[in-house]
Design a protein around this ligand. Sequence first.
Ligand code: SF4
Length: 706
Amino acid sequence: DAALAVPDKQVESVCPYCGVGCQLTYNVKDNHILFVEGRDGPANHARLCVKGRYGFDYAHHPHRLTVPLIRRPEAKKTGDFVMDPAHVMDIFREASWEEALALAGGKLKQIRDTKGKKALAGFGSAKGSNEEAYLFQKLVRVGFGSNNVDHCTRLCHASSVTALLEGIGSGAVSNPVMDVTKAEVVIVIGANPTVNHPVAATWIKNAIENGTKLVVMDPRKSDLARMAHRYLQFKPDTDVALLNAMMHVIVHENLVDKDFIDSRTIGYAELEKNVAGYSPELMAPICGIDADTIRDVARLYATSKGSMILWGMGVSQHVHGTDNARCLIALALMTGQIGKPGSGLHPLRGQNNVQGASDAGLIPMMYPDYQRVDNAAARARFEQAWQLPADTLDPQPGLTVVEIMHAIKRGEINGMYIMGENPAMSDPDVNHARESLAALDHLVVQDIFLTETAYLADVILPASAFPEKTGSFTNTDRLVQMGRQAIDPPGQAKQDLWIIQQMAQQLGLDWQYPNVGAVFDEMRHTMPNIVGITWERLEREHAVTYPCRKEGDAGESVVFTKEFPRETGRARFVPADIIPADERPDADYPMVLITGRQLEHWHTGSMTRRAAVLDAIEPDPVALVHPLDLAALGGQPGDIITITSRRGEVSLYARADDSSPQGAVFVPFCYYEAAINKLTNAALDPYGKIPEFKYCAIKVVLGGTE
Ligand code: SF4
């Protein structure tokens, strides 16, 4: 019937999934989305991938939360999630909004007033709008009184952002994805764009057709690798060895851009000294790439008229994630491959608003626009902007995602407010994370489905899905775009901005924002990089790139053309040495686990597994195993295998997949029935505090555990 229906309205918006930020049109009839079409946005030019085109009907799913829920006093909190809506009412009872808000906010206030400001923490969401992220972090900083606020950027690119801020003074990309069409050489390392940024991958393929040379460096052979000029399948965990060897070649063969180094950077001498010990001959056996190939690729990158590096979580999700990113930055700086069209650095941002949520201050050490909380002048600026008495804001950086879980276990954090995040699925060593969430005195979860995290809540506040609200979203290219409301929330579900403000009121704050535009207006006046973008302009133009420092500015899609946003205006080299993964394979756990995403499913699967087409394509949990490893187990594709690490075990289907290197197994983290994060290692990169999702030791046996 939907196929025959004629829409009664069309609403211009953006895709709710990845950081590419494709613009789309919702075709709606009777408050129901019939279908979605691509729109001519700057990042997609009407292209959409399977998620953007077919992943919309989760919003109409019968599992939607439509009324506030309060946990029954007798319902024990256990981490064993049960996906059975009938079972839900054994655990929760329905409540009015008035009762739910009074309990949700009242108990948080009580914990704050009796146990102290640091006894509370909040997780916001990279799937929410900029305005939601901004208000949420403001609520934690002003209402809770600490900087214990974070979101899943900690789990994806925190190490990249740390290295970028340290090295070049900005955590965002230097060039948009589309610049690959202007580059002579493109390196894609630790990223699988055809799966995770599909429309971006189409621009890379178009560039290849026009003569751009693609170099893919990855332990897993992605589809893009099959189109690459060179594919370097280096051994997992050896990024620094490979990248330092490339820099060694560039120094040794005098392929550096001396003018750029002299005029635009500091610290080159230490870098040069450091990479002297990393000759390709020495590094070849470590990283598994022969010395001649390392030399060829180093020359190709250094000598082209324009080289870009795009990277993903294969780089960032290691205990040496910050060091990996430092090496990529150093490669660009020493060759002058940054600061011009078709030449730069692009960490591919994962979720549709992870860039914007980080920009808006949803991180424990920074206010909006990366102004440090431990900087007295920045604190004073925000106290003034938020009309607070002097010295009200906490000068101490807060705790990060995984640190908050540990602090709960130690009894230091007793109450949490989680908006749209699902740490009970997405955190490393998730049994530990679930135990921590269950140990809270009070957990408030605001979401659209009963997620694995909501299952452990004391109060659940039913929120709005992406097409049910209006807000701005910032894509991986620094493009601030307008997402518009297409349908109304179901039942008594409310828009997130309304809920945050109601929670603020329960905490004693009197916030009066008449509409989302008013929140954006306050936010932009605290953020020099977007102060020139007005709500009216966003409504009119749909998308504006930042930096945009004055009203009327066009916005800069390519940055660092003259200087870097550091005190000296110069970028800084930071040398890195090899640090091994926290947990290496051994006789008991001889294989390596790599986790990530599939094309059809998004993050913890709460949306895409409830989208009919996407779920039909990939309905069951699978592990991708090299055919020779599967044969060695005595197994066939489709057999059940059990994967065990020192922290847990899961059973799931095996798929023969020669893109994974022998000895490594890849598992998506979206399946609650086989929550692979029960196995992952919570060891953190010491700088970015990102967990090592891309490497831990496992053993695999044929058969299930039953
Ligand atoms: Fe959505 Fe990303 Fe696909 Fe574009 S590429 S349609 S933003 S999931």
